[in-house]
Each structure stands twice: as C-alpha cells, then as structure tokens.
Design a protein around this ligand. Structure first.
Ligand SMILES: Cc1ncc(COP(=O)(O)O)c(C=O)c1O
Length: 379
C-alpha cells in the first residue's frame, strides 16, 4: 500500500466541521452517508479562497471564461476530449443545472428515464418539477452493472424522451463503456431523445472515463453534460457547476434556461472550479489512489469483520454499494443500533433496494474500520 495518501484530519476535528455531514446527527453517530469527502482540500484551491477573502473579492459572479478554459484543458489531458468552450454555461450546482434544464424543456406530468439504483437527488429534482421518474434499472448480477439498452428503447417507444444518466454511476461506481454510451446515443438520436449526463464524479475515475459527449455525432446531437468540481475536489459548499453541449440542437435547449442560473452561483465556487481543473492534477491523482486503497481496505475489512456483507471496488468515486441481505440488520437498524449513518438502498430507487446500503469511503481507513466494527458489534 502506498504512503502517498490524501490526508484526513482526526475524527475530533471532523466533528467540528460545519457542513451537513457533521451537523445532521448527534456526535455519537459516525456519518458515512452524504457524498462529502473528509480529505483536506488541494492547496491551490485553499490558497485561492484565502486570497479572494483577504482581498474582500467576494462580490457577484461576472463573466468567468476561466472555467471553460480550465475544463477544456482538463478534458484534453484526462480524457483526450476536445470540448467547445463557447457552449459552457455556469449554474449554481449540478442539481440546479438539471432542474433548470428540465424546467425549461419539459412539462409537469412528463416522465424522465432513470437507471436505478441511482443517486437519490434525481428523485428529489423530478419531484420538485412534478415530473415522474420512469425506471430502466441497471442490468445487474453479482455486483456487476450495465445499461439496459432494450429498456431505453422501450421507454423511448412509450414517448419518454429524456434520460437522466449518472455516469460514473452513483451508487454502484460504474464507468460506462464507449460501446454502451454510443449505443445509447444512437438510440436517442433515432427516437429524438435527450440525454442529460451527470458526470460530477468523473474526475475520480480509476478506469478510463468516457464523457457521453465524446461518443460521436449522435451523442453531440442528443447530450448535455452537467458537472462540477464539487464532488471530486470536495467543494460542494462553494456552489458552482456548469452545463456543456457540443452542438446546435442541444445548445438551443440550454439557451431556454434563465440567465439567473449563472448569476446565482458563487464567485468563490466558479474560480475554485477553474483552479481545480487547472492546477490540482497531482492532488487528484493521489486522491484517486487513496480512495482505491480505501476500497480494497473496505473489502478486506468486510471479509474480516462482516463476511456476510459483500461489495465491489468502484471504478470511480468514493461511494461503495453494500449488499446487506445476509446481515440481519436494515440500514435503519444500522443507524439506531450501530450509530453509523449510511444511505439506505430504498432512497436510491425504492424497496427493490432494501437489501443494500451506500457507504462513503472518502475518509481515512481507520474511520472505515470504525464504522464496520460498530456494525459488526451490533449484530
Ligand atoms: C450523481 C450526483 N449528482 C449531483 C450531486 C449533487 O451535486 P450538487 O451539489 O452540485 O447539486 C451528487 C451529490 O452527491 C451526485 O452524486
């Protein structure tokens, strides 16, 4: 195991953080639920925030070409993908980007395709818009997951022409292949469907990540990417994200959004995002490595402490999907008896997922062990 790890402060310091993760529950609960990492942020971002603050440079966000330029470089370096920087639009966060895109282009009562088990926020965004989810579950077997292309075709045939895709996939950590995404893009183009590709976890991919919009002309004609530095660089509270298109059809759809989506994001968030995508590759590589080692640690500790619980190594991100079928405790009981907060499987798509729970491993290995020990001791 490499010693080059992104550092996590001691638990006592973490409990004094002000974010939702550390404030939502009493101090006897170990919070391993919400998608925030415990790691210390990259130095260039910390310095930028201090510098802006020292100079009282905290006004409204104006034009910020720095973000498009930074992401253009990042996408080229990491994914060999040339974006069109002129088609990038700032939004407050990824949730706001999705909600405002959907509000501008769909109507209450429409249905949007989701692939359960999936990030619980998707259901909240749709509810806010009075849009119903239409589930095309991932095809699964023994901790392997892939897109159900026939299911997408059936949804399109039924007239449900918008997909909210999560790539890399929260909570199962899949990085979808170019073949799967190209096939989805071709189907979407054939039926006149739109794919909103939430790529917020992409920079944390161990496997080579494939941006939806890099999958050729059909993807460019049907896709909009929504993303941010907030997950991968741990900046969720700074509030900045963007939407990106690569062609006139989809640019026309983002043009329908209110211009307020730009002004309602934050100056610190936008400039921190530009910094993240410009000068934090070393921090990111160490963090990806740290999380990968943590995932191996999780599997080894499950084997040692909770052999009846299974999981798999995510191809991306710091969320791991636990199969708790044989544990004899529900996620609610894990919370009440073991005092460990996980995300219950049903939050990610209903009762079909009651035997699953999501754990956050973007922390120290000692904290992962502490969480599993608490669960093991409360069986
Ligand atoms: C897939 C996915 N999309 C969006 C979000 C939320 O992003 P934001 O805070 O930018 O709205 C999360 C948070 O966990 C997520 O996992």
């Amino acid at each position: 195991m490499s010693d080059n790890q992104t550092s996590t402060p001691p638990l006592s310091d973490l409990y004094s953080r002000h974010s939702s993760k550390w404030r939502r529950f009493d101090a006897d609960v170990l919070p391993l639920h919400v998608a925030e990492m415990d790691f210390e942020i990259a130095e260039p971002i910390r310095d930028l925030i201090i510098d802006f603050t020292k100079r009282s440079d905290l006004g409204y966000l104006g034009p910020v070409p720095e973000v498009a330029k930074a992401f253009e470089g990042f996408a080229k370096r990491h994914w060999d993908w040339q974006i069109d920087p002129s088609q990038l639009k700032i939004a407050t966060d990824v949730g706001v980007a999705a909600v405002e895109f959907l509000r501008a282009n769909l109507h209450p009562g429409d249905r949007v395709v989701v692939t359960t088990p999936v990030y619980s926020g998707f259901f909240e965004w749709l509810k806010e818009l009075r849009i119903e989810p239409f589930d095309v579950p991932l095809i699964t077997g023994n901790h392997e997951y892939r897109l159900d292309l026939e299911g997408f075709e059936r949804a399109f045939q039924a007239g449900h022409l918008t997909v909210l895709l999560c790539n890399p996939h929260n909570p199962v950590g899949r990085v979808f292949s170019r073949e799967e995404l190209t096939a989805l893009a071709e189907l979407a183009q054939r039926y006149g469907a739109t794919v909103i590709s939430d790529e917020i976890h992409a920079p944390l991919s161990v496997e080579k990540f494939v941006p939806y919009l890099s999958c050729g002309p059909a993807a460019e004609a049907t896709g909009v990417c929504i993303t941010s530095s907030s997950k991968s660089f741990n900046l969720a509270g700074l509030k900045a994200a963007f939407l990106l298109t690569q062609g006139p059809e989809m640019a026309a759809k983002t043009a329908k959004m209110p211009i307020g989506t730009h002004w309602r994001s934050s100056i610190l968030g936008a400039f921190a995002m530009a910094e993240a995508f410009t000068s934090c590759d070393t921090w990111l590589a160490t963090t990806v490595e740290t999380i990968h080692e943590n995932a191996k640690h999780l599997l080894a500790e499950l084997e040692r402490l909770l052999p009846e619980v299974t999981s798999h190594i995510p191809e991306s991100g710091y969320l791991a999907w636990l199969d708790i079928t044989n544990l004899g405790l529900t996620s609610e009981e894990i919370f009440t008896k073991a005092k460990v907060a996980l995300v219950p499987g049903p939050d990610m798509g209903g009762e079909n997922y009651k035997n699953f729970a999501r754990i956050n491993i973007g922390t120290s290995r000692a904290i992962i062990t502490e969480g599993l020990t608490r669960i093991a001791n409360s069986r």
